[in-house]
Design a protein around this ligand. Sequence first.
Ligand SMILES: CSC[C@H]1O[C@H](OP(=O)(O)O)[C@H](O)[C@@H]1O
Length: 366
Amino acid sequence: MKINDVSYRSVWVDPDDGWSVRIFDQTRLPWALDILRLTQCGQVAHAIRTMQVRGAPLIGAVAAYGLALALRVDASDTAMERDAAMLAATRPTAVNLGWAIGRMLTRLRLLAPADRVAAAYDEAGRICDEDVIQNEAIGRLGLELIEELHRARGNAAGPVNILTHCNAGWIATVDWGTALAPIYMAHDRGIDVHVWVDETRPRNQGASLTAWELGSHGVPHTVIADNAGGHLMQHGKVDLVIVGTDRVTRNGDVANKIGTYLKALAAADNGVPFWVALPSTTIDWSISDGVREIPIEERASAEVTHISGLTGAGQVETVQLTPQGSGAANPAFDVTPARLVTGLITERGRCSATADGLCDLFPEYV
Ligand SMILES: CSC[C@H]1O[C@H](OP(=O)(O)O)[C@H](O)[C@@H]1O
């Protein structure tokens, strides 16, 4: 995606700087565009844990490069398995992380230690290239959905109003994004779209990242409190909900940022289509009961009790929202049962949020 007319991916390596890994520090957006230079596996793990880099497909890709950095230090079997396990354990919910590390190990275990570094960079690069291709396909297939809604509106005045939760844009993937890819393509093709951007407490990925992405691309959008979505749906102001996901079970249950389940309930109650955009690397074929089997990350209570923002002097400051001594719980994800999901947008097509729907698109996993 372009920033100030310069094309970027969300992760890249610099061959002229010892094959260091570069990412944007997403905790500094939208106030600053800071590029982090990662040269050690431990730095990659820290960036993932602290959400300097986040987004299910992207943390998988960055962790893959983290393993490449680790192998530069020690490519022995013992060190490789240890460092891979450490990276895979940085965050529990996004299945892409474990998938990417597993794919790397499948290739690297077959190689002599001396051959592992080059192969690791090559495989991590393939993971990145494939993510871009998959997300572009998701964009095209999701665009068809938006075009169908646009036609169905006929001459009705105003834009196609789309609500999204958290950030599933290009900064959450290697490029294009998942939930936002169809929106970018619709906007670029001249379809009048407007996006209701859930702020997405407590980390505010919507207010700080989705709003920044859409604003940078010129897509009309309005930031709203998470609690406003149901009201807007009740008053006919939402034509479509599109969200990303961190893990989808083989029968279509969807784990995504906390609050997604509540949006799905409101959408079902108001007859608003609720679609989930995902590359197939986000499908966990090993489980079928999302509520019981998907691990939900519990993050620090300080993310709820405190909030960061920009002062008038242009400094990023963190302030306390809650009384001293008040506890806070911070589950970072929830699971939307498949029955509340209208459909899934994958790189191979759109399907129902069912085992049959997914198996029709991905028969090799049956
Ligand atoms: C295409 S990103 C998918 C998913 O990842 C985000 O989680 P986090 O910001 O904690 O990394 C969010 O749930 C997005 O919808």
